[in-house]
Design a protein around this ligand. Structure first.
Ligand code: BGC
Length: 445
């Protein structure tokens, strides 16, 4: 849908300026470093990189977002088009993963391809993903499969999407059919990607942006000849409570469907998590944590693991968000890049969900690859401290394997370990790829 952390960064505008004296603020914002010897990561630690179908495959024409990219008005900067052409070039992508010495590839299935019409399942598309899973296995890579990464089929969105009372059972049916075809080869599955922020962004973002997103969805409804349209992930959500309740029910039903096919397949859900920090008396931190992650972390208590996706920290006073320090390193959108945020988010996820954690996304949108090359080891050093404290972390998956379609922002924001030439589809490793590869190969910093 969008770079969610960037959108949340917009909430800073809503936060009052700091009420703290400058020295207290500076101390609160200073980087704490986990100094000391850093031994190896746990045996069998998962080292991976991630992509998502709509962002790399290209021509995902039956998806809700494809329609939203191509209607007028649209909030999308540009259409996804061919993306990285990974629908054709997935073998190249797997070779990149293997070439970096990573043992895990996280990718997603496109529900819109697998079930292009309600109840009509495409064996050819299921075979496509089966070949990818087998391709991973042939290369010694564990396939970590996201069943739904934001995009839903057009027909699903056109009947109200996650608002529809049948949404949980429709998702469970999709999970059942898909698991029957694919579960044998998958190493770990997640149902939904970052559902915890659904419906919250609309309350936080500038009203004109949310209104523009609403207008885009209305245009999509008109294009479909429907009186409704609700995308799998969007800024505007008509009834956030219903949407969220149905997604939680969908996650549980989807998990049950996958488990019914293969009971020993670990299943979880990936959540978008800041590292929320408290400053001063009566910080809003705990209330914000509850609002953004509470119900989903509790839902994850019944899962085999929880996926943590972290890109930023948020520092909360009693009045709102504190600004980042003036000397902070920043991403393309101007938000702070702070290496300790990953460990902080992981600690909180485990404290509430009480299940093992997999970092299913972490990275930075920047054209300055030296920031990425600095961030990866610095964040992993802090993560290792959390592991040494006893937090069970099973793996680290970097977002993203290649530069790709960054939702509303189109191709302008670059998260990849590899660049993408949009004319030739050639992928070229950035120096940061070697940094991650080196750590993964040694299983140590
Ligand atoms: C999503 C990705 C997105 C990335 C960077 C996550 O919100 O899962 O689809 O590209 O972060 O914004």
């Amino acid at each position: 849908m969008i770079d969610r952390r960037t959108m949340l960064a917009a909430t800073a505008a809503l936060g009052a300026g700091s009420a703290l004296p400058r020295p207290a603020l500076a101390a609160a914002l200073s980087v704490k470093s986990g100094a000391g010897p850093v031994p190896a990561f746990p045996k069998d630690f998962l080292w991976g990189a991630a992509t998502a179908g709509h962002q790399v495959e290209g021509n995902n024409v039956n998806a809700d977002i494809w329609l939203m990219e191509n209607v007028k008005p649209t909030t999308f900067a540009e259409p996804s088009g061919d993306a990285a052409n990974s629908f054709e070039l997935w073998r190249t992508d797997l070779d990149l993963v293997k070439g970096l010495g990573l043992n895990t590839y996280r990718f997603s299935l496109e529900w819109a391809r697998i079930e292009p019409q309600p109840g009509q399942f495409s064996i050819a598309m299921l075979d496509h993903y089966k070949a990818m899973i087998e391709g991973c296995r042939e290369r010694g890579i564990a396939p970590m499969v996201t069943f739904n990464h934001f995009t839903t089929p057009r027909w699903f969105a056109g009947q109200g999407g996650w608002h529809h009372p049948d949404a949980p059972s429709l998702f469970a049916r999709y999970c059942d059919r898909t698991a029957r075809h694919l579960a044998g080869g998958i190493s770990r599955a997640t149902t939904l990607n970052e559902p915890n922020l659904a419906g919250l962004l609309g309350e936080l973002l500038p009203g004109d942006l949310v209104a523009a997103d609403k207008a885009t969805q209305e245009a999509a409804a008109r294009a479909m000849g429907s009186d409704r349209f609700s995308a799998g992930s969007s800024l505007y959500v008509a009834d956030p409570a219903r949407f969220r309740a149905n997604q939680i029910a969908g996650h549980k039903a989807g998990r049950a469907a996958i488990k019914a096919v293969r009971g020993d397949l670990p299943v979880g859900v990936s959540l978008a998590m800041m590292d929320d920090q408290a400053v001063g008396p009566n910080s809003l931190r705990d209330a914000m944590r509850e609002r953004f992650y509470g119900e989903w972390l509790r839902a994850a208590q019944a899962d085999d693991f929880v996926g943590v996706q972290n890109y930023e920290r948020k520092v909360w006073s009693s009045k709102g968000l504190l600004p980042a320090p003036s000397d902070a390193r920043r991403n393309t959108m101007g938000a702070e890049v702070w290496p300790g945020s990953l460990a902080g988010a992981v600690r909180h996820a485990h404290a509430v969900a009480k299940v093992p954690v997999i970092v299913t996304e972490h990275g930075v949108g920047t054209d300055d690859d030296t920031i990425r090359a600095w961030l990866i080891p610095a964040a992993l050093r802090e993560l290792k401290v959390a592991i040494d404290e006893g937090v069970p972390v099973l793996g680290y998956v970097h977002w993203s394997l290649i530069d790709n379609f960054e939702w509303l922002f189109g191709y302008r924001i670059h998260f990849g370990l590899h660049t993408l030439d949009r004319q030739t589809f050639r992928r070229t490793a950035k120096p940061s790829a070697a940094v991650l590869a080196d750590i993964a190969r040694r299983n140590s910093l």
